[in-house]
Design a binder for this molecule. Structure first.
Ligand SMILES: O=C(O)CCC(=O)C(=O)O
Ligand SMILES: [Fe+2]
Length: 269
């Protein structure tokens, strides 16, 4: 499957790959004109959705590449809860390679210390705790670990506080999903230095308390039928990422190491 060759995406040097809508018209079409935003707004009861960004999670056949247990919340430079990850498979998904969610974790109001590239350069503020390890809960009958068989085009609407994970890909085919992030009605800019460093949107222009909008965060769906096009949405990046430099793009080990260090530090405190 040609699409599965992640070296060919030509994106920024982030794992697994972000901002496809900048360079690939089909992804722009999916995010700006597809049904994902409407579906999510109906789940969240939001009247509007603005585009945030899109991300790709590709796992090769028989790959041990895990996604570490985490919540997405602390990566986003916003306040509010209507910032779901819209996780849509592009290949058939089985329970074995599905995104896995811990049911009920979305009500836990905890500011976990994230492992964004920015956060890894910072000293952890004292009020942040490391992500928990839910693995021991697997033997607890009251804990519900959710996985799904899914077809390409099915959709998970993942709450930003939900703990989620993936154990790799034991199947014989690629496991590819796109995760589109949108902003609903209650979202306001609230930048922190440990958030993801969004391509093209500086912390300076994330005016705290204001709603994200404009050409970089266009309206992609509204209850009353309004929608902004992609005409003013930027194309391309301020850098080029070449295949030769893309030797180690799975940051799982880096994440795992940072997490272990944070857990040790929390234990000692
Ligand atoms: O697909 C994966 O393994 C991870 C997806 C994820 O963490 C997300 O969409 O936020
Ligand atoms: Fe995530």
């Amino acid at each position: 499957m040609a699409l599965a060759n992640k070296e060919d995406f030509g994106l920024l040097p982030t794992y697994p790959g972000r901002y496809m809508a900048r360079t690939i018209p089909e992804f722009r079409e999916l995010a700006f004109n597809g049904p994902m935003a409407e579906a999510a707004c109906r789940v969240m009861k939001s009247k509007e959705a603005h585009f945030f960004f899109d991300e790709m999670f590709a796992k090769a056949p028989r790959s041990a590449e895990k996604t570490i247990w985490h919540t997405d919340r602390m990566g986003w430079p916003v306040s509010g809860k209507m910032v779901p990850s819209l996780w849509m498979p592009l290949t058939p998904i089985t329970k074995a390679n599905s995104l896995e969610c811990l049911a009920g974790s979305h009500v836990q109001d905890v500011r976990y210390w994230l492992f964004s590239p920015n956060a890894r350069k910072m000293i952890k503020p004292p009020d942040r705790v490391p992500h928990p390890n839910p693995e021991p809960l697997r033997s607890d009958p009251s804990a519900r670990f959710l996985t799904w068989d899914m077809e390409p085009g099915d959709l998970l609407v993942v709450h930003p506080w939900t703990l989620h994970y993936s154990g790799g890909n034991p199947e014989d085919i690629w496991r590819i999903a796109v995760s589109v992030r949108i902003f609903g009605d209650d979202i306001r800019w609230d930048p922190r230095p440990d958030c993801v460093n969004l391509a093209g949107i500086s912390f300076d222009e994330m005016v705290a308390g204001e709603r994200p909008m404009g050409p970089l965060c266009p309206l992609v769906w509204s209850e009353d039928g309004r929608r902004e096009g992609d005409a003013e949405y930027p194309r391309g990046f301020a850098t080029r990422w070449t295949r030769e430099r893309k030797s180690d793009i799975n940051e799982y080990d880096v994440f795992a190491k940072s997490l272990e260090a944070a857990r040790q530090e929390a234990k000692q405190a």
